[in-house]
Design a protein around this ligand. Sequence first.
Ligand code: COA
Length: 329
Amino acid sequence: MATGLAVIGSGSAAPKASLNNDGLSKIVDTSDEWISTRTGIRSRYLASPQESLSQLSAIAAQNALSMAQVGATDIDLILLATSTPDDLFGSACQIQAEIGAKHAVAFDLTAACSGFVFGMITAAQFIRTGVYRNVLLIGADVLSRWVDWTDRRSCVLFGDGAGAVVLQANEIDHLLGFALHSDGCLHDCLNVQYQGESRPLTGGINVSQGTYQPISMNGKEVYRFAVNRVPEIVEKALFQAELTTDDIDWLLLHQANQRILDAVAKRLKVPAEKVISNIANYGNTSAATIPLALDATVRQGYIQPGDTIAASGFGAGLSWGAAIFQWQR
Ligand code: COA
């Protein structure tokens, strides 16, 4: 029984429309200069009302399956890391139906911008225990649905997209190390909070009826958290893998802010040419940033089979995690 795993394919998808910083300046009091110097973001893709999270995810999934040369019916498990499902009961099953993965069990996993890394480690447990052989892991978010488009402090940061990878059981384990963390005491720094009003039913019984509020964020706190905790957790995962930063070919961080990428890379002493960044064109697509950037770098021919990648996701929860793996396609 193969109890290791390999990452053998990637895919991604973005909505059709993109909005650059100049366009955003027509909605809120901001400028291309402010956004690009403070965040590195120049443009972001935004899903139209006709483009669903499930559709974007299905396209990303199909691209990943075709790179991996794995048929949809051979998938045992679909994990959808998202905070913005089309359906609060979960969207993974809709994707399962859409791509025809009729033998797969499918469910959502919510860990905000850490979702992809948390999902990879969850998938690994099923594979390493020999329960499942082929896992399709999708990271997708349509945060534009929950952005306050009048709040210039946050609306400039986010975009929509989907990315996917195929993980397969393998004799050699190419997941070399990982570490995951959560700190709910810092929940107030970043959230999309449910808010409801009391609705009396009968006999003194009241229920709450409402919806989710737009993204609320303390940018400075989140920034501080990221530049402190992310280097720490990457070091921890590398230690588990018995590696150092000198051994990695690529640093693949959640794409939240170019300044965060630069600061983390500096602390880890990873040279800029090893730091993957596509934030300029996508902004922060939450659970999608890591697989989106991975897929682009693979398809551009930069990432080669056997390359060691240190990936780290961080965000709401607060939550953060790192995974060290080798690309195997
Ligand atoms: N355009 C123009 N001015 C803006 C602006 C915008 N889009 N957003 C904020 N400002 C203004 C502020 O009002 C403030 O003005 P003031 O000094 O007159 O009050 C000034 O710019 C500085 O704001 P500040 O919040 O201190 O900026 P900052 O350097 O901390 O950058 C973020 C703000 C959001 C870019 C930065 O804190 C950040 O990236 N944090 C992490 C957020 C994140 O990654 N979240 C997701 C994690 S998964």
